[in-house]
Design a binder for this molecule. Structure first.
Ligand code: TRP
Length: 365
């Protein structure tokens, strides 16, 4: 790239319920690390209620109730409102306005090729009933990202097509109207386990409707119960039997959560996760033992999150104020970009003295 842009983060989540540990290892944990790295000029985290409404138009109450849950999830994992601007998408009208202009830069067939949108159309039975707003949400997501001149978008793998679409819009816009927008890069988790944490039933994805989630807000007894009934290897019937590690949810969760020091602390007879896996494969290692270890490992990460949540829950009005203040800051940033966009597109008539003078000359000259 020609110019070096200040490093800015923008990402977000649809508020359709509480966030779970899949969200955590897939993105939230990394966001906190990025926030604390001090490498970013600004960090914007958005509660994407307008996007959630694109497939929940008949259920605004669900979205409305989830805003505070997601905000509490953000604050409890350690996103710090003094550093990170947390805001609500629908409160920033500039985002909708940008979308109107970007829609002219994308073809219908291009959106139809978006693999994530394709999969979602099938999941939601939208083949013949898809709202137009849902169809264009990747374009609105490009507005979310570009409005903040974001360079870096930490997301799950399923969001890569959205980032690619955003990059295309940026190139198209800058090519047609001049260099205004910034091309973002996606940042996805490194490990396979973090990219795709399975549900507790071993199914590919955690989802509320499958009832296979561990929520960040679950109390310790609930986490314990869920881990103790977690899917392992159905062929591993007796402790002596050799067990399979691949597709075994407990090991995938250990891949995502456990740290080297935790062996010395909880399972000193094993040097590391590889040694534990090797024993499980050989046979002689029971599910209860690995589950108890996983509970300890997860609790080390979840306990401080729960403690922070309890503090914020005592002052819900403060959480609303954090969001409101975030919206104010986010809107100021988006308004700056929209001003540049409109100037580049030459639709800033009343600020364009040259245009006005040329018309004066034409009609009065
Ligand atoms: N589509 C994202 C999701 O479903 C949410 C989202 C909306 C988002 N706008 C965004 C993510 C902008 C990153 C950047 O999780």
């Amino acid at each position: 790239m020609e110019t070096k842009h200040p490093k800015i983060i923008l990402t977000g989540d649809r508020p359709t319920g509480k966030l779970h540990v899949g969200h955590y290892v897939g993105s939230l944990r990394q966001r906190v690390a990025l926030q604390n790295s001090g490498e970013y000029e600004a960090v914007f985290i958005m509660i994407a209620d307008a996007q959630a409404l694109t497939d929940n138009a008949d259920n605004p109450e669900k979205i409305r109730q989830s805003i505070i849950d997601v905000a509490l999830d953000y604050l409890s994992v350690g996103l710090d409102p003094a550093v990170t601007t947390m805001f609500v998408q629908s409160q920033i009208p500039e985002l909708a306005e940008l979308t109107i202009y970007y829609m002219n830069l994308v073809t219908v067939s291009r959106v139809q090729r978006n693999p994530t949108v394709k999969a979602e159309i099938v999941q939601r039975n939208f083949e013949t009933t898809m709202p137009v707003g849902f169809f264009v949400y990747p374009i609105s997501q490009a507005s979310d990202i570009t409005a903040f001149k974001a360079t870096t978008v930490p997301v799950g793998e399923d969001q890569l097509p959205m980032i690619e679409q955003t990059r295309e819009i940026v190139r198209s816009f800058n090519g047609t109207y001049g260099e205004v927008l910034v091309e973002p890069d996606a940042l996805i988790p490194e490990s396979e386990a973090c990219k795709r944490l399975p549900g507790t039933d071993g199914k590919a994805k955690m989802s509320k409707s499958l009832g296979n989630c561990i929520y960040l807000s679950d109390p310790p007894e609930e986490v314990k119960k869920k881990v103790m009934s977690m899917f392992t290897d159905p062929g591993h019937l007796r402790v002596e039997d050799p067990g399979c590690v691949e597709g075994n949810a407990v090991f995938t969760y250990l891949d995502a959560f456990c740290r080297q020091e935790q062996f010395a602390k909880y399972l000193p007879e094993y040097a590391d996760l590889d040694a534990l896996k090797a024993h499980y494969r050989r046979g002689g290692l029971g599910d209860v033992k690995i589950k108890k270890f996983l509970i300890n490992v997860m609790e080390e990460e979840l306990a401080p999150i729960r403690a922070r949540r309890r503090e914020y829950e005592k002052d819900i009005r403060k959480v609303y104020r954090i969001l409101e203040d975030g919206c104010r800051r986010a809107q100021a940033a988006a308004a700056d970009t929209l001003r540049d966009v409109k100037a580049a597109m030459k639709i800033n008539y009343f600020e364009d003295e040259e245009l006005i003078q040329s018309h004066v000359d034409r009609y009065q000259g």
